[in-house]
Design a protein around this ligand. Structure first.
Ligand code: 10G
Ligand code: SF4
Length: 316
């Protein structure tokens, strides 16, 4: 029986970013250096497949530091942690390794520098997300004001409009954030911020690739987890760029084949925490049902790599 043809537009770049790659390596190298169990505070990156794989190798994932014993190493996730967490680990004389992405640490330093210069901080981010909690937690409780939307900008109450700075989460929607920054600049013309925002290269590139694909396809699938902020942003970007069916799938088993009946072109991408093996699984699932032609849509080439912390490098 002949299979119906399907053109699969594969986004590039997609999937793992340099910060995710480094964070996973940190857990693997810690397991090699210290043996199991090694504790990890929060999912090292927001992906069940990654977490399950590391759990099988002896990592133990906990939400809070007090769930980890004093005498085993603990790793902090790529999303970053409030200052109080390494301080508590040090107080308990624990071995700890911080897997915070260097691009998130850069935002932490920015926030602290602005505060030292007497500026009140505003953070553009999602309430309750670990990265937002970590960045806001670089300064004492209540010092950083959170805005999530343009509406929030109208409501935020500041100490002195002439002494303000802002930072952002690294995985936000580029377009939504531009709107929020514009609203901040309009209400507080003296506010100081980064050149554009703190959205990282990986977020920007993955969103741009989806924008390029959306007008060409009947449907978009984003491989990623429901708790992965950057993956969910890719779904939104796909829908807003004109693709009516834009969906998140964790694995091939999540694909709604009935909804895709009659589709002749599909876009596939993956969030920064989704392993390539899951993208391959999705492509294979299409191959089983269609005569697939893969077209790579490459909108940027990435060659960013981050070193792992020295304490682990010496173990090599
Ligand atoms: O997109 P979020 O922040 O939810 O995280 P993720 O684990 O799905 O992807 C990697 C991004 C980070 C570690 C945040 S900088
Ligand atoms: Fe780092 Fe960006 Fe990846 Fe976050 S999404 S881990 S900031 S490279």
């Amino acid at each position: 029986m002949t299979k119906p043809p399907l053109t699969l537009h594969l986004a590039a770049p997609r999937g793992f970013c340099a910060g995710v790659d480094r964070a996973i390596k940190i857990v693997e190298m810690a397991l090699q250096k210290w043996g199991a169990p090694v504790y990890v505070r929060h999912e090292i990156v927001h992906n069940k497949y990654v977490v399950d794989g590391l759990t099988a190798k002896g990592a133990v994932f906990v939400e809070e530091l007090d769930e980890a014993p004093d005498d085993r190493p603990v790793i902090f996730s790529a999303h970053g942690v409030p200052k109080s967490i390494p301080a508590e680990a040090a107080r308990r004389e624990m071995i700890y390794v911080d897997a915070t992405c260097p691009l998130v640490s850069k935002v932490h330093i920015e926030a602290q520098r602005h505060a030292e210069n007497g500026l009140q901080m505003i953070m553009i981010g999602h309430d309750g997300h670990p990265e937002t909690i970590g960045t806001m937690g670089q300064l004492p409780e209540g010092e950083v004001l959170l805005v999530e939307t343009v509406d929030d900008v109208a409501k935020v109450e500041v100490r002195d409009p002439s002494k303000l700075a802002y930072v952002t989460q690294t995985t936000l929607s580029v377009d939504d954030t531009a709107g929020i920054v514009a609203a901040l600049l309009e209400r507080f013309p003296q506010i100081i911020g980064p050149h554009k925002e703190d959205i990282c290269y990986a977020t920007t590139n993955r969103q741009a690739a989806v924008k390029a694909i959306a007008p060409k396809v009947d449907a978009i699938l984003v491989v990623g987890a429901p708790n992965s902020s950057n993956s969910r942003r890719l779904v939104e970007v796909g829908a807003r760029a004109g693709c009516a069916y834009s969906q998140l799938v964790q694995r091939a088993g999540d694909i709604d084949w009935r909804a895709l009946e009659g589709v002749r072109s599909i876009g596939v991408t993956a969030g920064a925490s989704a392993p390539e093996t899951l993208v391959e699984e999705v492509i294979d699932a299409f191959r089983a049902r269609h005569d697939v032609t893969v077209e790579l849509v490459e909108t940027a080439v990435e060659n960013v790599e981050f070193k792992v912390p020295r304490v682990l490098r010496t173990a090599e």
